[in-house]
Design a protein around this ligand. Structure first.
Ligand SMILES: Nc1ncnc2c1ncn2[C@@H]1O[C@H](COP(=O)(O)OP(=O)(O)OP(=O)(O)O)[C@@H](O)[C@H]1O
Ligand SMILES: CC(=O)C(=O)O
Ligand SMILES: [K+]
Ligand SMILES: [Mg+2]
Length: 577
């Protein structure tokens, strides 16, 4: 029987007769002949690299299989989706919801969780820490008591120059031709034609004649006079000041870069991070990252605090971050394309191409990417999205981003659950289309790994996905400690879902953000991979979710626990009987 072979993998197929297959925990027949890979030899500190590729092995009659745990480690939403839609119908694109006053009750959060929310985002710009703590507790409670698997992300405020809350309940209008004072001085009451900025140095380096743009184009002004740090400006394009509206300055059609003197991580951000660590959040998203330094700084800090399972995401929302994109992606555990602020810093028309490029770079470098902001913006007010918004959401899915994010649609809008269901439907539809069009085949994977073990893992995952797609298997099972194998599989955007079994809860919650990965928390043996495989297949089968005839591809990369033991890497295809 032909099995995928490649230069670095000497594959050997093994067809095992069902009757002769004894699925004991340490079944040598099952394991087949292990063939060293050509690149083999000594793998530094990891024993010998070994790759085994097996052909169809059937399972069934599993008397000896380890007694399955009662609970499956699969969250209730995935379980329901699997029952309803089957393996191939499971949604791949992950969904992030910003939590705000419109969705912070236990009932609302439960509805969002049922609606497919994978990650709840808390924007530390708004509300008090007590409020955030209280709502995070509710998410934890839902996970524990109702079997959801919703990860928690905090998003730092970061340092940015913006309009201070002007005291007015909604927005303030600027008419064309009117003259306004922009100042950092404290304003008493809400004097007309005066706007207070949050930062002393907001006008540093700004000259008469420069253009002041509000929220990336909501309104525009020309600087007509500079007195000390204050700016007197004439409105050249009328528009609204929303609370916390952002400033940007332009000269001769170019952005005047000036945020750089502000620290990416302010005192308040560090206090919020401390809060996040003490609440055990899964992700910290850093706003206004301009280079890799703050990401590294935070990762070091988390390491020192023994909070290693907290993943650090960098938000790409400044001109500088685009110039240092690769180093930022490299340093972080994932990226958010924060199109709201990005659209303040670069011209609108560049957003689509920049988004596609960031998404591509992230997939190549194997980091999850969230595309955020204004996906269904009109739904903050209206119960249906515009057709253009649905097209935008679909485009993000077509680009194979890992996740879509709701902002105001869920945080303050009355139609948050409906907005979430629209993300669900639009992504499922586009995923199906992409599969039918075989679009996955156009993804080119740049070589990623440097060390031999990393390269082996990468090759196994690339080959496994190609095989899984060609064979039309129903699901891919993978066993993972830190999520590496699962994410390498996900990077190839396979047709079947990836069931990632892990005994590390931090890994499980982090994998929640990765395209096509369904993380399951189970107890795994450190050195008996066959036992893990048999037990997990049996676990799913007993729940009635694997039927006879279903085909599962099992990918394993057992890192040896002893220096002299061998790595056991394999791709196996198993048919359920
Ligand atoms: N915890 C909260 N409390 C009150 N309002 C909130 C909260 N979270 C979000 N909002 C509201 O929802 C809107 C959209 O939220 P979101 O956090 O996505 O804003 P953003 O400006 O896109 O993000 P960022 O500040 O990170 O750039 C905000 O303008 C705010 O009015
Ligand atoms: C999400 C966010 O921070 C932005 O779009 O600016
Ligand atoms: K923020
Ligand atoms: Mg932002």
């Amino acid at each position: 029987m032909a099995v995928a072979t490649s230069d670095s993998i000497l594959a050997r197929s093994l067809i095992t007769d069902r009757r002769s297959t004894n699925f004991g925990l340490k079944n040598e027949v099952c394991r087949g002949k292990v063939v060293p890979c050509r690149a083999g030899g000594k793998v530094k500190g990891k024993g010998k690299g070994r790759v085994e590729v097996k052909a169809v092995v059937q399972i069934g009659g599993l008397e000896e299989v380890k007694k399955a745990k009662d609970e499956m480690g699969l969250d209730v939403v995935s379980e329901e989706e699997l029952r309803e839609k089957g393996f191939l119908g499971m949604r791949k694109t992950k969904l992030v919801c910003t939590i705000g006053p419109a969705c912070c009750s236990l009932q609302d959060l439960e509805k969002l969780a049922l609606g497919g929310m994978n990650v709840a985002r808390f924007n530390m710009c708004h509300n008090t820490r007590d409020w955030h703590r209280d709502v995070i507790k509710k998410i934890n409670q839902l996970n524990e008591e109702k079997g959801f698997c919703v990860s928690v992300m905090i998003d730092t405020e970061g340092s940015q120059i913006h309009v201070l809350d002007h005291g007015a309940p909604s927005s303030v209008k600027a008419e064309e031709g009117s003259t306004w004072l922009f100042t950092a001085q404290k304003l008493e009451g809400s004097p007309p034609f005066a706007i207070q900025a949050n930062h002393e140095g907001f006008s540093e380096g700004i000259e008469v004649g420069d253009e002041l743009v509000i929220d990336g184009g909501m309104a525009s002004f020309q600087v007509i006079e500079k007195v000390g740090n204050d700016l007197r400006c004439k409105c050249t394009d009328s528009g609204l000041f929303l609370p916390r509206a952002k400033f940007s300055f332009w000269r001769n059609g170019k952005l005047v870069a000036r945020n750089s003197e502000l620290p990416t991580l302010s005192k308040k951000d560090w206090a919020d991070i401390e809060f996040g660590v003490s609440e055990g959040v899964d992700f910290i998203a850093l706003s206004f990252v301009n280079d890799a330094d703050p990401v590294r700084q935070l990762k070091n800090y988390l390491y020192m605090r023994s909070s290693r399972s907290t993943r650090v995401l960098a938000k790409v929302e400044s001109l500088e971050s685009l110039q240092k994109l690769k180093e930022i992606v490299e340093a972080s555990d994932g990226i958010m394309v924060a199109r709201g602020d990005l659209g303040v810093e670069i011209p609108y028309e560049q957003i689509p191409t920049v988004q596609e490029e960031i998404t591509r770079v992230c997939r190549e470098m194997n980091k999850p990417v969230i595309v955020a902001s204004q996906l269904l913006e009109s739904m903050v007010e209206y119960p249906t999205p515009t057709r253009a918004e649905v097209a935008d959401v679909s485009e993000v899915v077509r680009q194979y981003a890992d996740a879509l994010m709701l902002s105001g649609e869920s945080a303050i809008g009355p139609y948050g659950q409906k907005a979430l269901s629209i993300l669900q439907m639009a992504s499922s539809r586009m995923e199906l289309w992409s599969r039918e069009e075989n679009r996955q085949s156009i993804l080119h994977q740049r070589r990623l790994g440097v060390s031999l073990p990393d390269r082996i893992a990468e090759q196994i995952c690339n080959c496994a996905v190609e095989m899984a797609n060609n064979l039309g298997v129903d699901a891919i099972f993978v066993y993972t400690k830190h999520g590496q194998m699962a994410s390498l599989l996900s990077r190839n955007r396979p047709y079947p879902p990836i069931f990632a079994f892990t005994s590390d809860n931090g890994t499980r919650m982090a994998l929640n953000l990765q395209w096509g990965v369904i993380p399951l928390l189970v107890e795994l043996s450190d050195d008996d991979m066959e036992a893990n495989i048999s037990a997990t297949i049996e676990l799913i089968r007993r729940k009635g979710m694997l039927k006879p005839g279903d085909v599962v591809m099992v990918v394993s990369d057992l890192t040896p626990t002893h220096i002299n033991s061998t790595a056991f890497q394999s791709i196996q295809v198993k048919t359920v009987v």
